[in-house]
Design a protein. Structure first.
Length: 550
C-alpha cells in the first residue's frame, strides 16, 4: 500500500510561524485567476495586475445592464464579437474589474474598443466550466476577505497560511470529502485537484482509489500526516492529516506535493490541523444554531398568516412578490433521505447566492424549501426562479432530485398557497419518476395541475373504495373471469376519440373484432358510449385506476 506515516510528535506553535486569520478586505483578481487556474479561467485581454474584485454580477443581454466599479461581469449570453463589443461599450465608464465570456481569443480581440487609454480586462471561461460555480467561487473568496472572525471565512485564510508554510496548494475538507476551503496557488496542482475545486467535492473515481489504498481508514485512526503516492501518472502525490477534536474526526487537510514533507513542515501540518479543528467546531456549533433558526423562520413563512411577514423580513425576503420551490431527492432508502436533503440544501444555498437571487432556504421535514423573491412580468413567476431551478436541476451531481415551483403571490401572508402548489407539483414529479420512468425533474404547478388533481381524487377514491364501481367494475369482473380484454377495448376507443380503425390498430386486433367487443362491453355493463357524461365518467375512472396502480 503506497501510504506512508510521517512523524509529527513534536509540534511547534503555528501561530508563531504565520499570521493565521489575516484576511483581506477585497479579493485581487489575480487570486481568482490563481484559484481556478489558466485551464479554466484565462486572461484574453488587458492586464489584471492591481485590480480588486468587489462583487460578481450576471449580465442578461435582454435586461438592463447592471454593473458597479469592482464587479466581475459574467457574460453568460454573450457569444459573438458584436455582442461583446456592445457590452464593453456599455461598461466603458463603470470601472468594472473584468468581463468573463466563453469565447475564443480571436473573437475577443475583434471586439475590443479602439479608443486609446482603455484596455478592458476580458477573461475566458472554459467551455465546460459552470457559470454558477465561478460565481459561487468568487463569492466564497469575497466572504473570506470581508468577514474576519467568521469561522467559514477564516478557513480560507487558514488554507492560505498553511499553503505558505508547507509550500503547496491546500484544501480543507469535511468527512464526506467536500471542500470547505482552499488556498491559492492551485495552478501548480494537477487535474485531480482542479476537478475537486471545480466541483467542491473530491470526484468519486479518486475517492474509490483512496478507499482502496486504505487512506480513509488510516485518517480515521491516526493523527499523524500521511503521504499518498500519485493516484495516476499525470498526478502529484498528496499529504493529508486528519482534523480531530479529541477522538472525534471532523475532516482533513490535503496538500499537493511531490514527496513526503520534511520534519519541520510535518510539525506545522499537525499544528494546522489543531487550529482548523477549533474553527470547524465553532462553524458546526454556529451552523447548527443558525440552521435551526432558519428552519423555524421558513416554517413560519410557509404557514402564511400574520406571523409570516415578520419571519420573512428576518429572512430578507419580506418585500415584493414571492414564490416557493420544493426540492426532494428521489431516494428510496429512508436512512439516506436526511443526508441527501442536507446536500441538496447546501447546493441550493450556494446556487441561489451565486445567481444573486434573494432567497431563503431550509429543510422542513423531508423537503428542502426555497422562498424566492421577485416577479417576472411575462410569466408571473419571480424573474430568476424558472431559469434558476432548471439550471440547478441540470447541474451534475450524485443526487437525483425533483423540484416543484409554486405560484407567485403578492406577499408572505399568502405563501401557504404557493407552498401547497409546490408540494402538489413535487408529488406529481415523484409519481411520474417512480411509476412512469419520467425524466422530468422540474415543473410549475400550472403545468401539472390536472395530474395533481387526479392524484388527490385517487386518494379520495382509495379511501372510499369505489374507483371501480359502476360500468367499469362490471367490465373488470368480466375480464377477470373470461380474459376478454373489454376494458382495454373501451379505453382504446375513448383515447382514439371514437376512431375504431385507429383504436383497433393500437391494441392490435381487427376492426370487426373491436366492434364486437364494444357491443359486448355495452351489453355487460349497460354503458352507453354515445352519452358524453358516460364517456367522461368512464375516462375519469380509468385514469384514476391507472394513477392508483402507478
Amino acid at each position: 500500500m503506497a501510504v506512508h506515516s510521517a512523524a509529527g510528535d513534536s509540534p511547534t506553535t503555528l501561530g508563531a510561524v504565520a499570521p493565521f486569520g489575516a484576511l483581506r478586505a477585497r479579493v485581487p483578481l489575480g487570486r481568482v485567476l490563481d484559484a481556478l487556474g489558466p485551464a479554466l479561467l484565462a486572461v484574453l485581454s488587458g492586464d489584471g495586475a492591481g485590480i480588486d474584485v468587489l462583487d460578481v454580477v450576471i449580465h442578461d443581454p435582454a435586461g438592463e445592464l447592471a454593473a458597479a466599479p469592482g464587479d466581475v461581469v459574467l457574460g453568460i449570453g454573450v457569444r459573438t464579437a458584436e455582442a461583446l463589443a456592445e457590452l464593453l461599450a456599455g461598461l466603458r465608464e463603470r470601472e468594472v474589474a473584468g468581463v468573463v465570456v466563453k469565447m475564443t481569443a480571436s473573437q475577443v480581440v475583434s471586439a475590443l474598443p479602439t479608443e486609446p487609454g482603455w484596455h478592458p480586462v476580458v477573461l475566458g471561461l472554459a467551455a465546460d466550466a459552470s457559470w454558477s460555480y465561478l460565481a459561487s467561487l468568487v463569492r466564497s473568496l469575497l466572504a473570506a476577505a470581508s468577514a474576519p472572525g467568521d469561522p467559514a471565512a477564516d478557513l480560507f485564510g487558514l488554507a492560505d497560511s498553511v499553503s505558505g508554510l508547507v509550500d503547496a496548494p491546500v484544501t480543507i475538507e469535511d468527512l464526506s470529502s467536500r471542500v470547505l476551503a482552499f488556498s491559492g496557488h492551485q495552478v501548480t496542482a494537477d487535474a485531480g485537484r482542479h476537478d475537486t475545486i471545480l466541483g467542491r467535492q473530491v470526484p468519486a473515481s479518486y475517492l474509490q482509489m483512496l478507499e482502496e489504498r486504505g487512506v480513509f481508514r488510516w485518517l480515521a485512526r491516526e493523527s499523524k500526516p500521511i503521504y499518498i503516492d500519485p493516484l495516476q501518472d499525470s498526478m502529484h502525490g498528496r499529504v493529508a492529516v486528519s482534523v480531530r477534536a479529541g477522538s472525534e474526526a471532523l475532516g482533513s487537510i490535503w496538500a499537493v506535493v511531490d514527496q513526503p514533507l520534511d520534519p519541520d513542515r510535518e510539525r506545522v501540518f499537525v499544528e494546522a490541523a489543531r487550529v482548523v479543528a477549533l474553527h470547524l467546531l465553532r462553524l458546526r456549533a454556529e451552523g447548527d444554531l443558525d440552521r435551526r433558526l432558519q428552519v423555524e423562520l421558513v416554517r413560519a413563512v410557509l404557514a402564511g398568516g400574520h406571523g409570516a411577514a415578520e419571519a420573512a423580513a428576518r429572512l430578507g425576503v419580506g418585500s415584493g412578490p414571492l414564490c416557493v420551490l420544493a426540492v426532494q431527492p428521489l431516494i428510496a432508502e429512508a436512512s439516506q433521505q436526511e443526508a441527501a436533503c442536507e446536500r441538496l440544501r447546501q447546493r441550493l444555498v450556494v446556487h441561489t447566492a451565486a445567481l444573486r437571487a434573494r432567497a431563503a432556504v431550509a429543510q422542513v421535514g423531508g423537503v428542502v424549501y426555497a422562498i424566492v423573491a421577485g416577479r417576472d412580468a411575462a410569466g408571473g413567476h419571480p424573474a430568476p426562479v424558472v431559469a434558476l431551478t432548471e439550471d440547478f436541476a441540470a447541474q451534475p451531481g450524485e443526487i437525483d432530485a425533483v423540484i416543484g415551483i409554486g405560484r407567485c403571490v403578492e406577499g408572505p401572508a399568502d405563501l401557504s398557497r404557493s407552498r401547497a402548489d409546490a408540494d402538489g407539483a413535487l408529488r406529481v414529479l415523484r409519481h411520474e419518476a417512480t411509476y412512469q420512468g419520467s425524466s422530468r425533474r422540474v415543473a410549475r404547478f400550472a403545468d401539472v395541475q390536472v395530474a395533481s388533481f387526479l392524484l388527490r381524487l385517487a386518494d379520495m377514491a382509495a379511501e372510499e373504495g369505489d374507483v371501480t364501481s359502476g360500468p367499469l367494475g362490471a367490465l373488470l369482473d368480466y375480464d377477470a373471469e373470461h380474459r376478454s380484454g373489454l376494458v382495454d377495448t373501451v379505453a382504446a376507443y375513448l383515447e382514439a376519440f371514437g376512431d375504431v380503425a385507429g383504436a383497433a390498430a393500437a391494441i392490435h386486433i381487427h376492426p370487426n373484432t373491436f366492434r364486437y367487443r364494444l357491443r359486448r362491453a355495452s351489453e355487460i355493463s349497460g354503458l352507453d358510449l354515445s352519452q358524453p357524461d358516460a364517456r367522461f365518467a368512464l375516462m375519469l375512472q380509468l385514469r384514476l385506476r391507472r394513477t392508483m396502480v402507478g
